[in-house]
Design a protein around this ligand. Sequence first.
Ligand SMILES: *Cc1c(COP(=O)(O)O)cnc(C)c1O
Length: 477
Amino acid sequence: MKYLSTRGNAPAQTFSEILLGGLAPDGGLYLPETYPRFSAEELGALRAMDYRQLAFAVLSRLIDDIPAVDLKALIDTSYTTEAYSHGRDDSDFSQITPLRLLEDGVYILELSNGPTLAFKDMAMQLLGNLFEYALDKAGRDINILGATSGDTGSAAEYAMRGKKGVRVFMLSPVEGMTAFQQAQMYSLQDPNIHNIVVRGVFDDCQDIVKAVSNDLDYKHRNRIGAVNSINWARVAAQVIYYFKAWCAATTANDQAVDFSVPSGNFGNVCAGHIARMMGLPIGQLIVATNENDVLDEFFRTGVYRPRGAANTWHTSSPSMDISKASNFERFIYDLVGRDGATVRQLWSAVDQGEAFDLKSTGFFEKVPAFGFVSGSSSHANRLDTIRRVWAEHGVMIDPHTADGVKVGLEHRRAGVPLICLETALPAKFDGAIREALGREPERPHGLENIETLPRRYEVLDADVGQIRDFVSAHAND
Ligand SMILES: *Cc1c(COP(=O)(O)O)cnc(C)c1O
C-alpha cells in the first residue's frame, strides 16, 4: 500500500514514511493509491469482532509496513475500556464507541468517552502510540508544537503524555477556553508536556506557531513537528468507528446507514467518505456546520469560498469555527477523478484566498454519487436541539453534537438508520448548557474536582522570540 499526494507531484510513500510528517512536498495531502474494499461477506465477518479486532481488520488494510503483531499491540494498548470510560453512567464502555438509541431509527454514536471528552481522542490516542513506536524504530525524537483553542491541544497532550521521544509544546490563549478545558490541560504534570499560556488570543498563538514553523533552520535544529488534522494516521483511525457503528446499527450486510457529522476541518467526515469508498454501506454523509458554513455552501452551490479571520464567527460550537477546511482537498481529489493537476489548479486559487466553482465544470454533478449532503445550524438551533433531546430522551448533548443532530434530522430518511456522531461531551461546554437547560452539565466520574488540581504552565508574551527560546531550552530535556 502506497500513498499518493492529492497534487500529483510527490513520490509515493509508505504509511510509516508519512506518519510523522504533514503535507506532501508538493503541498498536497496523502491518500491511499487505491481504496482497499471489503466484500459483503467480509463486512459480515466484522460483526462478531470487538473494537480492537475491528480496528486491526480495518487498519491492516491501510498499513502494511508495520508488522502485524506490532500493529495489534499498538491497537490493543490504545483502545482499552479503561481509556474510554469517561461518559455517561449507563453507557456500555466495553464497546469503546457505544451506539445509543435516541428514538426509532435515530442514534447517537458516542465518540467522546476518551480522556479529554471529545472525539479527537479516538484518533489521537492511537497516534501517540504510533509516534512512540516509529520514533523508537528510527532512533529519533520530536518536539510537537501546536496552538489550541481547546479540543485538539488537550487530546494531543493526553495522547503524548509520558511517551518516549515526544515532547509537546502547546500554546493556548490566556482567555477563551472554558474553565474545564483549562483545567484539563494545565493539570497535566508530565515532564514532556509543556503548556504555554500566551498573553493574547488564539490567532496570536496560531501566528506564532506559523512563524516558528516557517523558520526551516530552527525547525530542523529543534526537530519541530505537528499533529494537525491533516495527519493521515488520524484520518485512518477515524475510519474504524464508522465500521463499528454500521455493525451495531444493522443486521444485514447490504443494509445502508446515514451518518450526520458535526464538521469543521472535514477530518471526521473525510474518514466517513473513506469508509464508504472501502465498501461500507453508507447512504448519506451529512455534513453539519455551524454559522461558519463554508462546507455547507459548497455542498449546496458548488462554490468553495474559504473566508478570512475577519469573516470567521465565534460561535457556541467553537471547535467548528473554521472557514478553510484543511481536509477538504482529500475529497475533491476523489471528486475530480484523482487528477492531481486539477487539484493543483483549484488550490492555487484557494492558496491565494480565492474561491473555486465546480458548478460549471461537471464535477459538482458527481457529488450525490459520493453520498454527501449538508446543512447548517445557528446558536438558536443548537440550544433548541439540546433542549429537545434532553426533554424527549433524557440525554444531554453538547453544542457541536447538537449541530449534527439538527442537520441530521433534516435529512432523515424513512427506514434508514440515522447515526449522529457525538463529537464532545457537554461537560466541556458548560456555558451553552447553562443557557439551554438552566443547569450545570453532567460530569463524568473522576472529573468532579478537576478545577482544584495543581496546575503546571508557563505564561509568555505573544512574542515569537520568547516562545522560540522556551522551546529550544526544553527541546532536549
Ligand atoms: C474538532 C471538532 C469538530 C470538527 O471536526 P473536523 O474533523 O475538524 O471536521 C467537531 N466537534 C468537536 C467537539 C471537535 O472537537
